[in-house]
Design a binder for this molecule. Structure first.
Ligand code: NOJ
Length: 741
């Protein structure tokens, strides 16, 4: 019997009880089916027969349908002609903006600014909901320690603490104060779990990992979003110790629901239920049952729930209760969004005309973009440039407005984005001359380039004559600015690289330009850490601009010409060599003597042919000004389990520009039940410090910062000695000690 008559149920629960009591088994299973439209392609988009699925009650939602008119048509059909008039979820990947595009998530994380992330997510929600979207496949909170993986671009980098802080900000921004507002959309945190640890950095590859590592480093950002009230979660494509993430009972029913009390619904990633049989963990006709049993509620695109769950029920592979429970979770999501009260709340065609790509949104995007650039090197204060003389602007990305937005930017108009060339010309006006030359292709090989700019072509040139023209342009200039690196599609899904240097022809050109003796500024476009060993030795200034979004070109001009200060710091380690990967700052101690950076040491844990050190460490980034750190001070050398210590450090702006510094605090537990990392980020502050002034930066150190999961997965706190370190990045730290009593 259906619990419509159960006492003590809330009005919302009774609403769903009643609705479900009218639904057939087929219709309940239909709610678990998510189909794809074809306007924005992700994976292999099929031509979805959305209308007939709606009329047959075989669909709970769809995604990748672009535009409020289409959404509105389907929503009306579902409500007016669908068997029980149930409104639909409308999904999209609004990963770093919708019509106004913000920097890629990896770049965003380099601002170390949760308010900026929340603001970008809020604006994304305003624009996406105006276009009919009510469900967003973001944030991606996968921790990544391997720069070969292209999806590092979509992540917040390698750190668990920073990743958790930012993950929460994304959810708060998307979902707003009230999810029932018509400018809020439901967030969907992804990819659960460990997707960023794909073996060899090769996308979709399996993961084999200890539970200690998962619990301490990979799972906390997901838990942070659950605590922030995220409405839904997407499983990942990968195997986890031989099980498929989408059918992983201990992870979904166990960790996520039982331990973390997640009360939203779980959707698969694209086509995952079909992967279960392909990857050898289920027979084809059992895959749907296996995923449902593990706690996965909705099937993205395979149609297997609709095709197989009824038989699975007959054969005893699933129970009716499991189907009911999944259906209820999907209906509850619709209820949380307010769709039962007003199914057309996202179908306001007027909003779509006014809320998109507004001057206000673009101004915020430009401001945020400037905060995400990381100045890696700046010899002799070559940057900022003066707006005078002759500036050569060279490189295949100098006039490629269509590539500025980076990966996952399918809802904007790439052709309307300004290129660096246009922004530079506007910025200098008639004060300086910009001499432009494309200089090179992305790759010498046309086919290889075609694989990297398939969505947004960068015109081909003849490399040999383009190199010569660029050298001629350089010879006429006072300074050379080179815009090169990866094209937008070289990072993101399915964009793993084994060679993560600046591609061939571009690097050859860069060497030739450096040999001219002209001062060279490298504007580096990339969605991942690149190997910059030669560049770091030979190019005086390197400004890493990632992919800064629709307003990136203006933001780059702002920073290059000194109207804004660079302040970003890396959230992902830049290696010296691919052979060092995976490389991350919070590693565990190795068994042999400490590595000595000054010499090769037999029987120490070092490579014969490359240093252990990163080229640029986690937390690193320069500005046009400089900062000096005092010795840190600590309020006491004893901490109690419910107390707090104050660690403070004075940071002085010793340069001539006002600036912003990101001050970092790390902790290390030198002896514990299981070995702990050499250091772990536990707090940070962004502080604005005027030139010549000193800021006192204070951190509260609490026992919570010292907890970790031990070998039995107990979340423990151990009395004893601890080190606390502060400084401008993960390597230049000053240490103090205290004792937890
Ligand atoms: C596959 C991607 O892995 C996932 O991140 C995305 O949300 C879905 N496709 C839907 O586009």
């Amino acid at each position: 019997m259906f619990p419509s008559v159960r006492a003590g149920r809330t009005a919302d629960e009774r609403y769903i009880d009643n609705l479900m009591s009218r639904m057939s088994l087929d219709e309940k299973i239909g709610q678990l089916n998510l189909t794809v439209g074809g306007d924005v392609v992700s994976g292999t988009a099929e031509a979805a027969k959305i209308e007939s699925l709606i009329l047959d009650g075989k669909i709970g939602g769809f995604f990748n349908v672009k535009g409020v008119d289409a959404v509105s048509r389907f929503q009306h059909l579902a409500v007016e002609k669908g068997p029980n008039g149930i409104p639909l979820l409308v999904g999209a990947d609004v990963v770093h903006g919708y019509s106004t595009v913000f920097p890629i998530p990896l770049a965003l994380s380099c601002a170390w600014d949760s308010a900026a992330v929340a603001q970008m997510a809020r604006i994304s929600a305003i624009e996406a909901t105006a276009d009919g979207v009510n469900w967003n496949y973001s944030p991606m909170v996968d921790i990544c320690r391997d720069a070969r993986w292209g999806r590092v671009a979509e992540s917040a980098g390698e750190d668990t603490y920073l990743g958790s802080v930012l993950a929460k900000a994304y959810v708060e921004g998307y979902q707003g104060d009230k999810m029932q507002s018509d400018s809020s959309m439901m967030a969907c945190v992804k990819h659960f779990a460990l997707y960023g640890a794909a073996e060899g950095g090769r996308d979709y590859n399996g993961v084999d990992m200890s539970r200690e590592r998962m619990y301490n480093y990979y799972l906390p950002p997901f838990q942070a979003t659950v605590e922030a009230g995220v409405g839904s979660l997407m499983t990942s494509f990968n195997l986890i110790n031989g099980q498929h993430a989408t059918a992983c009972d201990w992870l979904i029913n166990g960790v996520l629901r039982r331990d973390w009390k997640f009360d939203g619904f779980v959707v698969t990633d694209y086509g995952s239920i079909d992967e279960l049989s392909r990857m050898g963990v289920a027979h084809e006709n059992e895959a749907a049952a296996m995923a449902l049993r593990a706690g996965t509620d909705m099937d993205m695109v395979t149609g297997r729930y609709v095709a197989d769950l009824k038989d699975a029920l007959k054969n005893g592979l699933v129970t009716e209760e499991m189907i009911d429970r999944a259906c209820r979770r999907v209906l509850e999501a619709k209820q949380r969004l307010g769709l039962f009260d007003n199914p057309y709340k996202y179908c306001n065609t007027e909003r779509a005309k006014h809320d998109m790509y507004t001057p206000e949104h673009r101004a915020v995007a430009r401001d945020i973009a400037a905060k995400t650039f990381v100045l890696l090197k700046n010899d002799n204060n070559l940057l900022p440039l003066k707006k005078k003389g002759r500036i050569a602007l060279i490189g295949p990305l100098a006039d490629a407005g269509n590539n500025m937005a980076g990966c996952w930017s399918g809802y904007c108009d790439h052709n309307s984005h300004k290129s660096v060339l246009t922004a530079f010309r506007e910025a200098v006006g008639d004060k300086a001359e910009i001499i432009y030359s494309p200089g090179a292709n992305i790759y010498y090989n046309e086919t290889t380039q075609g694989d990297c700019d398939w969505g947004r072509r960068i015109s081909r040139v003849d490399d040999s004559s383009a190199h010569s023209e660029a050298l001629l342009a350089a010879s006429k200039a006072d300074v050379v600015v080179v815009a090169m690196g990866e094209s937008a599609e070289m990072s993101g899904e399915s964009s793993s690289r084994a060679d993560i240097t600046i591609p061939d022809t571009q690097r050859d050109l860069l060497r030739k330009l450096a040999a001219t003796g002209k001062p060279v500024v490298l504007l580096l476009f990339t969605g991942r850490p690149l190997i910059l060993d030669w560049e770091s030795e030979n190019i005086p200034s390197i400004l890493n601009v990632w992919f800064g979004g629709s307003e990136a070109a203006d933001a780059i001009a702002d920073v290059v010409f000194g109207d804004k200060m660079p302040s970003g710091k890396l959230t992902t380690t830049f290696p010296r060599s691919v052979g060092q990967l995976p490389l991350y700052y919070n590693y565990l101690p190795s068994s042999h003597p400490d590595y000595d950076p000054s010499r090769f040491n037999p029987y120490a844990s070092n490579y014969i042919d490359v240093s252990n050190e990163p080229l640029y460490p986690f937390g690193y980034g320069l500005s046009y000004t400089t900062f000096a750190y005092s010795k840190p001070a600590i309020s006491s050398d004893v901490l109690t389990a419910d107390g707090a210590l104050k660690v403070s450090v004075e940071v002085t702006n010793t340069g001539k520009y006002d600036g912003t510094e990101i001050v970092q605090l790390y902790i290390n537990d030198p002896v514990a039940r299981i070995a702990r990392p050499v250091k772990e980020l536990k707090a940070f502050r962004r502080v604005d410090i005027p030139a010549g002034k000193t800021a006192v930066v204070e951190f509260a150190v609490t026992a919570d910062m010292l907890r970790y999961y031990d070998a039995d997965l107990n979340y423990v706190l151990e009395p004893g000695e601890y080190n606390v370190m502060t400084g401008p990045n993960s390597q230049e730290l000053q240490k103090l000690s205290f004792r937890l009593r």
